[in-house]
Write a protein that binds this ligand. Sequence first.
Ligand code: FES
Ligand code: FES
Length: 162
Amino acid sequence: MKKELIELKVNGRSHELAIEPSKLLLDTLRQDLQLTGSKRGCDDSSCGACTVLVDGTPMLSCTMLAASCEGQEITTVEGVSEHGSLAAIQKAYGDWGGAQCGYCTPGFMMTVKHLLAVNANPTEEEVRSALSSNLCRCTGYSQMYQAIKAAIEAEQKAVPST
Ligand code: FES
Ligand code: FES
């Protein structure tokens, strides 16, 4: 199939790429940009391991065409760290053993990043609801939720009081 030139903005950097129009965003990130954090965990849009943010909204990169994302801001798990330091959610995952095999972790982190952007102090119920589309095959949910709780608390402490 004939390739087309597209420009993708990923984690703050613009990339000009020659890709097939039918190429999925997930494959473009992994194969053309070597951003392999986002994972393919299923074949039917049910696991959330491929979740990235497109203009700040969590999207399944396994079901989106890369070409459809031109002009939008894509954020992958590689873009979660802040100024070279671990983001609160990354640190908390390490502290609490939030990952087992870690395959689902990038997708969870992107969903948590979005949740905290729209709701700085979510209840446990809101956290569970937001993450209901992300699945962990290792069933490590308990440590994961501890890590997310710790990340929320860390973010709260980081907000200067007025
Ligand atoms: S790989 Fe995209 S939802 Fe499972
Ligand atoms: S930690 Fe293994 S799939 Fe979630």
